[in-house]
Design a protein around this ligand. Structure first.
Ligand code: IMP
Length: 228
């Protein structure tokens, strides 16, 4: 059973970067810490226990979305293996990655590029668990229709071609975006305000992934790493 996401209120409650450990070279690039690393870790451990019990007698195949969900998945598999090692009845899991890109600066480009590896043939008949860093508009996962009526498939449609027996979605973050298409992942770590966030694997034009906390980017950071 999935627990409800932790609700992070609109940007009134953030943590000062002066009170937490933030790499000195990034101090000017972020405005505040939205979710400190300790809270992320504990929530990820809790989500992992829920996923573990959901797939207890099954053999899930985790598919993490590159690049952003790499860190999230790395923590999930660490906690999952800890649970397995203390449980003689535990079953195995397997994993792979899928590459998706759709953002430039802090805006969706409207073009979803999904690169699937030939290894994906192996997900046929498997219980697939997509591991995503953030769901914002929901388009990356479910696709969308262009104004000229052309349908752009999302990750779910691409994966369904390989005939897995089931697909569930785990997302660390769900953004409260009024323009969301309404897609709600099966497991959600945190419900966050409609702001652009970086850190814990999430990037701004490939920068700022290597911060342990989830942070809001500063104006200076936006200018410094703008994709020109
Ligand atoms: P969606 O298609 O609008 O749901 O966006 C999902 C993808 O957009 C994520 O996998 C991220 O790569 C990217 N994204 C959306 N919001 C953010 C953000 O606040 N920070 C970093 N990446 C984001």
């Amino acid at each position: 059973m999935a627990s409800p996401p932790i609700f992070i209120p609109d940007i009134t409650q953030t943590y000062s970067k002066e009170q937490l450990i933030v790499p000195p070279h990034y101090k000017e690039d972020i405005s505040a810490v939205l979710i400190p690393s300790g809270l992320i870790k504990n929530r990820v451990e809790k989500l992992t226990r829920e996923i573990y019990s959901e797939y207890y007698n099954k053999k899930p195949h985790f598919l993490y979305v590159l690049e952003g969900a790499f860190k999230f998945f790395s923590d999930i598999q660490h906690f999952y293996m800890e649970l397995q090692s203390s449980d003689p009845a535990a079953g195995p899991f397997s994993f792979g990655s899928v590459s998706v890109s759709s953002y430039k600066d802090d805006k969706s480009t409207g073009n979803i590029e999904i690169t699937v590896s030939p290894k994906l043939k192996k997900i046929s008949g498997r219980e697939v668990v997509i591991i995503e860093d953030i769901v914002d508009s929901g388009k990356t996962i479910t696709g969308y229709t262009k104004p000229n009526k052309e349908k752009v498939p999302g990750l779910l449609q691409e994966l369904e071609k390989y005939k897995p027996s089931s697909i569930k979605v785990v997302s660390l973050l769900l953004k409260r975006n009024s323009e969301s298409n309404g897609f709600v992942p099966d497991f959600i770590g945190f419900s966050i305000p409609n702001a652009f966030v970086v850190g814990y694997g999430l990037d701004y034009n490939e920068h700022l992934r290597d911060i342990n906390h989830i942070c809001t980017i500063s104006l200076l950071g936006e200018q410094k790493y703008k994709d020109i």
